[in-house]
Ligand binder design. Structure first.
Ligand SMILES: *Cc1c(COP(=O)(O)O)cnc(C)c1O
Length: 387
């Protein structure tokens, strides 16, 4: 279908294509001068804190855990509503994810529920900023201080987000971003970690290349188990160009989000669906980067399953996504004795959440078409309410 609107699509301009060509022609294509330039530029962007890049966001969080010395016997507090990478990396370093329920409004980990999940084994709080909306950073770091915990922020979706005028990544402990193709800033695949000091940065470099401590004329040595998680110059060249485009992307995303609120409110009202409890995102234009625009369907008021809503939207040429079902419902996690019923809000939202299309190249008219399509489906399947 030619006028199909995908739920997201990256934008690359001619300068980006030229920058990639230049790297390919240069004779040095893997990690080299472009990576160094990208890391230095990112460091500036994050208030001169050290930054190291990795092959993807998953490796980035894993290396953050390794830099913090997390392993067997340690517990890491996190959210069940995230891309499964978040908790998979906790398992992969041998630690135990401890899932705390989410706040139904922000859809992020409920910070107030963290204290009762803390044990003598807890070492880290690992929040996720779903759709780019950060948690209350003052409260997060007050908790970390009070209970002597490290914080690893999975800010994969929050590049360009803010907290009280401070960019996410400029403040805090270890802050991890992803540059995967769907993210607000992409290198196709990639990620970066904002660290506290040069010592941590050296450790991160070691973990990203086989645990190598030295290499050169004086021989070679390896003292920890590292991986092969470096970002290439091809990816770095894309990232440098994306950074230049980011402000215009951000403005456009915010405009489209504003339009979603206005058009959805109007369409619901016009359809006589004022009493339908369709949950919209928090209207926090100061802090979020509008990575996604997600609604939570009022399934108890509808005679339809989410999958059918998605199918009918697709038939209207509208691509939607689910970000995310509760991680604790996956077979791997069920087999580890996790239960979705332990985090009932995450269970409900994971079952009912829907990501509507949002990306910089969308047209204003697209939002109207999507709102009309969604509201039409809600109207069709609305349960008759008895009073
Ligand atoms: C994208 C994402 C990741 C993983 O990033 P990759 O680059 O795909 O490995 C981790 N956590 C969250 C919340 C994400 O959205």
């Amino acid at each position: 279908m030619s006028n199909f609107i995908p739920f997201t699509r990256p934008s690359f301009n001619q300068e980006t294509i030229d920058a990639v060509s230049e790297v390919l022609r240069s004779g040095w294509v893997t990690s080299g001068p472009k990576l160094a330039e990208f890391e230095a530029t990112l460091s500036q962007y994050f208030g001169n804190r050290p930054v190291r890049c990795f092959a993807n966001g998953t490796a980035t969080i894993k290396i953050a855990l390794q830099v913090a010395g997390i392993g067997v016997g340690d517990e890491v507090i996190t959210t069940p509503i995230s891309w499964v990478a978040t908790s998979n990396v906790i398992l992969s370093v041998g630690a135990k994810p401890v899932f705390v329920d989410i706040d139904p409004i922000t859809r992020n980990i409920d910070l107030n529920k963290i204290p009762s999940a803390i044990t003598s084994k807890t070492r880290v709080i690992l929040p996720v900023y779903l759709a780019g909306l950060p948690v209350d950073m003052d409260l997060l770091y007050a908790l970390a201080k009070k209970y002597h915990l490290r914080v690893i922020e999975d800010a994969a979706q929050a590049f360009g987000s803010q907290w009280n005028g401070n960019r996410i990544g400029r403040i805090g402990d270890l802050v991890s971003f992803s540059f995967q193709a769907n993210k607000n800033l992409t290198t196709v695949e990639g990620g970066c970690l904002v660290l506290n000091n040069a010592k941590e940065a050296r450790l991160a470099e070691k973990f990203r290349l086989q645990g190598l401590t030295r290499q050169g004329m004086d021989g070679m040595d390896v003292d920890v188990l590292g991986g092969k998680d470096n970002l290439t110059d091809v990816n770095a060249a894309i990232g440098l160009e994306q950074l230049k485009q980011l402000p215009s992307y951000q403005t456009r995303r915010a405009q489209l989000a504003r339009l979603y609120f206005d058009v959805l409110h109007a369409a619901l009202k016009m359809a006589g669906l004022d009493s339908l409890k369709l949950e919209l995102p928090v209207e926090d234009f100061a802090n979020t980067n509008w990575h996604m625009f997600q609604v939570v369907l009022p399934l108890e008021q509808l005679n339809v399953a989410r999958s059918q809503v998605m199918t009918e939207l697709k038939d209207l040429g509208i691509g939607v996504g689910v970000h995310y079902p509760a991680i604790t419902g996956f077979t791997l996690y069920k087999n580890l004795d996790y239960k979705t019923s332990d985090t009932p809000i995450a269970e409900r939202i994971g079952r009912s959440i829907l990501t509507l299309p949002l990306f910089p190249a969308m047209a204003d008219e697209d939002i109207g078409r999507i709102a009309k399509g969604l509201v039409g489906i809600l109207q069709k399947y609305r349960k008759i309410e008895r009073s």
